[in-house]
Design a protein around this ligand. Structure first.
Ligand code: BGC
Ligand code: NOJ
Length: 814
C-alpha cells in the first residue's frame, strides 16, 4: 500500500490517497502566526501561543479523526450535489485527490464531477494571516453553475477555556460582519485587543457566523444544511458557537478557471484605537483593512508565495549533501532540516499529538532543538537562548517549561528536573561554535525573570554546572531530582494515587536516587564550559571545570559501570537501575549514548563494550529500544516508565530521540557502518515502504516506534515535535558526514560506511560557502585535508581570509 511519494525537486511530499492511516500534517507559518494543516485540510491556527491565542477550533481524539479545519465545500447548483475538494469533511469519492505538503505550505485538491478544485494554503512572511487560494476549473464541456462555501469554526481564544467553560462560552461569542468580512470579536468588549477576521476576494452572496444555523440541528460537518440548501442564512452569532462561512456563486464556462482567495487573520489594536470612537463597541478596522485588501489580490498572493519559497531556499541552503543514499540526501536537504524548524517554532506544544494547551516550551527540549536549527536562524537561536536563560532560577535550576507568549516559567510543572540546567550549557556551546558571537556571554539575563536580578549569561552557565555539584548523591553521582532526560524514570515519586502527575509528585526527599546519565552529561557540559572559559581568558576557571569533569568521569567509572555497559541510576533505596542484577530494565540506552559522547570509556575499551551490549540487547530492525527487558508491571519506585505497556514509549519503545546518541557514539569509536545502519533504520524516508506498519508521516521523524515487546512492533507515534529531529540532524550531518563547527573552524571528520566511495556537501558557515568533496581511498576514517588545493594538517579548515565567499575543500579518507 502506498499513500504518496516524495517530489524532491519541489521539496514536497505528495499524498495521493486521502485515507492515510492517520492525519498526515504540515505546518504553516514561520514567525508569529502558525497553523497545523492535515492532508485533508484539518487543523487549526494560532497567533504565537496555541493555548492563549487560538483562532480556530480543532477536535482532537474525535471520530471521525481530524475534525475541524479550513473547509471548503463546493456545490453544483444544478443538481444540488456537494462535496469537499479536500475530501474531509464530506468524504465523497473524489478523483485525482492530492495533497502536496511543502515547505510552509500545503496544496490540497481533487476533481469531482469534472470540476477540479485545488487550494493553496500558506502564511506570508511577516504577516499574521493565512491565505487560502482556491482555483476551480470547469473540466466539463458545458458551463457549470457552482457555489463555494468556506467554513471555519472560531475558537474562543483560550483553548483550555474554550473546551471546558461552556456555561460562560455559550453566551460570550460575538462577531461583526462588514462588507463580506467576518470579524470574530469574542471578549473584545473587555480585555482583549485582538480579533480575527475572515475575508474573501469575491463579494459573497451570503455568510454565516452561527454554527447551529450553518449545520442545522443534529447534523455534522459532512452535511451542513446551508450547503445542502445552497444558500447562506446570513446568521449572526450571539453567543453559542461563532463560525465564519462565506457563500460565493461561481459560474464557469467550459474549461474556465476561477481564482478565489480567502484570508484568515489575526489583528491587534492599541488601547486608544480599539473602537471606532468613544462609546462605540465596533472594532476600529482602520489599521487592518489595508492588509486585508492587499492579500485579497492575486499579485500580492503570488509574490508572497514566491518569497516563501526563497526563504526556504536560504534556510535549506545552509547544508546540502549528495551521498550514495537518496533517503539520507532527502532528509538532510529537505525534511529533517524542515522538521528542525518546526521544533524550533513549536517545541512540544502543538501537533496532532500535543494539544497546544499543556506543555509550553520545554527547557531541555528547546536547548536540544537548538542544536538542529542554530545554523539556519542563528539570530533567533540567540533570542531563544536568552529567553530560556531568563527562566533559570538563582539556584541554577530551571523551570521545566515556559509559556511562549509570556516567556515566563510554568509554575504548574515547576523545577527540579536535575538535567535541565546542563542543557543550557550545551545549547550555548553549539551557538558559540556556529556563530562566534562571544558577546552573548556578556548579555545581562535575569533569573526567573525577576527585575534587578540580571547577570551575564556566562554566570548562568556557571550556575548550571554548580547546580549539579551542589546535588551529588551517596556515590558522588548527580541526584536525579524529579527526573532527568527520561521524564518517566521517576525515582522520587512513589505515586499510588490515580491521576497524580508523575511529573510533579515527589514523595521522597530526593537525597538518594542518582543518575548516571546526568553524570555523563555533566562531564560533557563541564568540558564545554571549560573550553568556553579558556577562550574567555580564564584558564583558572577552565582548569576547575576540567577537573570537575575528570572527577565525575572517574565516579561514573567506579560507580556507574555495570561490567558490560553503563548503569542507568540508583533508586531511592540505593539499588541499581539498569544493571545486569535487575530482573527487568537491565540495560538502558541513555547512559550508553551520553557517557560515550562525553568521552567516558573511550580509552579503556568500555565504550566499545557498551555499544556492543546495545547492539546485542537493544537493537531491533526498527531501531534501538530504550531499555530491556521491558517492565511487565507497575513499579512504585520507578514511576511512569513502568506505567506504559511493554514496548511503548519509555517502557522499551524505540524512543527515536536517543538513537542518534548511539549513532554519534558509534562514530566516536570509528564504526561508520554501524552508525549509518542505525541511522537508516529510523530514517522516515527509508521507512516509507513500511508505511502500513509505520503509519505516521513518511517525511518526518516520530518520537517513538513501538519496541519488540509491543504487539505493534514497528508502529510509529507522536510525529513531528520531538528532539529526534535535532539529534538525527546532528548525528548525520555533524558526525556521520562529520562536518561540524568548532571554535577553530569547520571540521571535516566523516565516519561513513566502508562501502561509500565518498560524498559531497555544501555548508554555509560564518558567511562562507564551503564546497566539500569527500573521497574514500582506504577503509578507515583518517582524514587528509586540502583546502583550495593546499594540504592542511588535521581535519579543521582554518578560517579563510576576510572577504572570501567560497572555499573548496577536499578530504581524502584513509
Ligand atoms: C511521556 C514523556 C513526556 C512526559 C511529559 C510522558 O507521559 O511519556 O515522553 O516527556 O509525559 O509530558
Ligand atoms: C519527551 C519530552 O519532551 C522530553 O523532554 C523527554 O526528554 C522525553 N520525552 C523522554 O522522556
Amino acid at each position: 500500500m502506498r499513500y504518496g511519494h516524495f517530489d524532491d525537486k519541489r521539496r514536497e511530499y505528495v499524498i495521493s490517497r486521502p485515507d492515510t492511516p492517520l492525519p498526515w500534517i504540515n505546518y504553516l507559518g514561520c514567525e508569529d502566526y502558525f497553523g497545523i494543516i492535515s492532508h485533508t485540510a484539518g487543523g487549526y491556527s494560532f497567533y504565537r501561543d496555541a493555548r492563549l491565542r487560538r483562532l480556530t477550533r480543532y477536535r482532537y481524539n474525535n471520530v471521525p479523526f481530524d475534525t475541524g479545519g479550513r473547509y471548503i465545500y463546493l456545490r453544483d447548483n444544478v443538481d444540488g450535489s456537494f462535496w469537499s475538494p479536500s475530501w474531509q469533511p464530506t468524504r465523497h469519492a473524489v478523483e485525482d485527490y492530492s495533497c502536496r505538503h511543502g515547505m510552509g505550505y500545503s496544496i490540497i485538491g481533487s476533481t469531482f464531477h469534472h470540476i477540479k478544485a485545488e487550494t493553496l494554503y500558506f502564511v506570508p512572511l511577516g504577516e499574521n494571516l493565512e491565505i487560502w487560494r482556491l482555483l476551480i476549473t470547469n473540466l466539463r464541456r458545458k458551463p457549470a453553475r457552482l457555489s463555494v462555501f468556506s467554513c471555519i469554526e472560531f475558537c474562543l481564544w483560550d483553548a483550555q477555556d474554550d473546551a471546558t467553560n461552556f456555561q460562560r462560552n455559550f453566551s460570550t461569542g460575538e462577531v461583526e460582519i462588514d462588507r463580506g468580512v467576518i470579524y470574530h470579536k469574542t471578549e473584545y468588549r473587555e480585555r482583549r485587543n485582538h480579533f480575527a477576521y475572515f475575508a474573501c476576494s469575491v463579494k459573497p452572496a451570503g455568510y454565516d457566523t452561527q454554527r447551529d444555523t450553518f449545520l442545522g440541528p443534529y447534523r455534522n460537518w459532512d452535511r451542513p444544511v446551508v450547503v445542502e440548501r445552497g444558500r447562506s442564512a446570513n446568521s449572526r452569532a450571539h453567543g453559542w458557537a461563532p463560525i465564519g462561512s462565506h457563500h460565493v456563486r461561481v459560474n464557469l464556462k467550459a474549461g474556465e478557471i476561477r481564482e478565489i482567495v480567502f484570508v484568515l487573520g489575526y489583528h491587534e489594536n492599541s488601547d486608544d484605537r480599539k473602537f471606532t470612537r468613544a462609546g462605540s463597541q465596533t472594532i476600529n478596522k482602520v489599521t487592518v483593512k489595508p492588509t486585508i485588501a492587499r492579500y485579497l489580490k492575486h499579485n500580492a498572493v503570488e509574490r508572497a508565495y514566491t518569497e516563501l519559497g526563497r526563504h526556504w531556499d536560504r534556510l535549506l541552503g545552509v547544508y546540502q549533501a549528495k551521498t550514495p543514499d537518496r533517503h539520507t540526501d532527502r532528509m538532510i536537504n529537505i525534511w529533517n532540516a524542515y522538521q528542525c524548524m518546526a521544533t524550533f517554532n513549536m517545541s512540544r506544544s502543538a501537533s496532532f499529538y500535543e494539544s497546544g494547551i499543556g506543555r509550553g516550551l520545554g527547557f531541555r527540549d528547546s536547548n536540544q532543538d537548538l542544536l538542529g536549527f542554530v545554523q539556519m536562524v542563528p539570530e533567533r537561536a540567540r533570542e531563544r537562548i536568552l529567553d530560556l536563560a531568563a527562566t533559570q532560577l538563582v539556584t541554577g535550576g530551571a523551570y521545566h517549561q515556559y509559556q511562549p507568549l509570556t516567556k515566563r516559567g510554568n509554575n504548574d510543572i515547576g523545577s527540579n528536573f536535575n538535567d535541565d540546567p546542563l542543557w543550557l550549557v550545551l545549547g550555548v556551546a553549539a551557538y558559540l561554535k556556529e556563530t562566534g558571537d562571544w558577546a552573548i556571554l556578556d548579555e545581562p539575563v535575569p533569573y526567573d525573570n525577576q527585575p534587578g536580578s540580571a547577570r551575564p549569561l556566562y554566570e548562568h552557565l556557571e550556575r548550571s554546572i554548580q547546580y549539579t555539584l551542589d546535588r551529588l548523591g551517596p556515590h558522588g553521582l548527580p541526584l536525579i531530582g524529579r527526573a532527568d532526560w527520561n521524564d518517566c524514570l521517576n525515582l522520587n515519586c512513589f505515586s499510588d494515587t490515580p491521576g497524580q502527575s508523575f511529573q510533579t509528585t515527589t514523595n521522597k526527599d530526593g537525597k538518594t536516587a542518582e543518575s548516571v546519565f546526568i553524570g555523563g552529561m555533566f562531564v560533557l557540559a563541564a568540558n564545554e564550559l571549560a573550553a568556553i572559559a579558556g577562550r574567555r581568558g580564564s584558564e583558572i576557571n577552565a582548569q576547575g571545570y576540567r577537573e570537575a569533569a575528570l572527577k565525575m568521569s572517574a565516579t561514573v567509572g567506579t560507580s556507574g559501570w555495570d561490567g558490560a555497559w553503563f548503569l542507568r541510576a540508583y533508586d531511592d533505596f540505593g539499588n541499581k537501575v539498569g544493571s545486569n542484577e535487575c530482573v527487568e530494565g537491565k540495560i538502558f540506552i541513555e547512559p550508553q549514548g551520553f557517557c560515550i559522547i562525553a568521552g567516558i570509556g573511550l580509552e579503556n575499551g568500555r565504550a566499545g563494550m557498551a555499544l556492543d551490549s546495545v547492539n546485542r540487547h537493544l537493537a531491533t530492525t526498527h531501531g534501538i529500544m530504550l531499555q530491556q527487558p521491558a517492565f511487565s508491571q507497575y513499579y512504585l519506585h520507578l514511576g511512569e516508565i513502568s506505567s506504559y505497556p511493554p514496548g511503548y514509549k519509555e517502557n522499551a519503545g524505540i524512543f527515536c530521540h536517543n538513537n542518534p546518541w548511539i549513532m554519534i557514539a558509534e562514530t566516536m569509536v570509528g564504526h561508520g557502518d554501524r552508525a549509518f545502519d542505525y541511522y537508516r533504520l529510523i530514517n522516515p524516508s527509508a521507512r516509507e515502504k513500511l508505511v502500513a506498519l509505520h503509519r505516521c508521516e513518511p517525511y518526518v521523524y516520530a518520537q517513538m516506534i513501538a519496541g519488540k515487546d509491543a504487539p505493534t512492533h514497528g508502529e510509529a507515534k507522536n510525529s513531528w515535535l520531538t528532539g529526534t529531529a535535532a539529534w538525527n540532524y546532528v548525528a548525520i550531518t555533524q558526525h556521520i558526514l562529520g562536518i561540524r563547527p568548532t571554535y577553530e573552524g569547520l571540521m571535516v571528520a566523516p565516519v561513513i560506511p566502508a562501502a561509500w566511495k565518498g560524498f559531497s556537501a555544501i555548508r554555509m558557515f560564518k558567511g562562507v560557502r564551503y564546497n566539500i568533496l569527500v573521497k574514500r581511498r582506504g577503509r578507515g576514517n583518517k582524514v587528509h585535508l586540502s583546502v583550495e588545493g593546499r594540504k592542511v594538517d588535521g581535519n579543521v579548515i582554518p578560517p579563510p581570509p576576510r572577504g572570501t565567499t567560497t572555499v573548496a575543500v577536499v578530504a581524502v579518507l584513509d
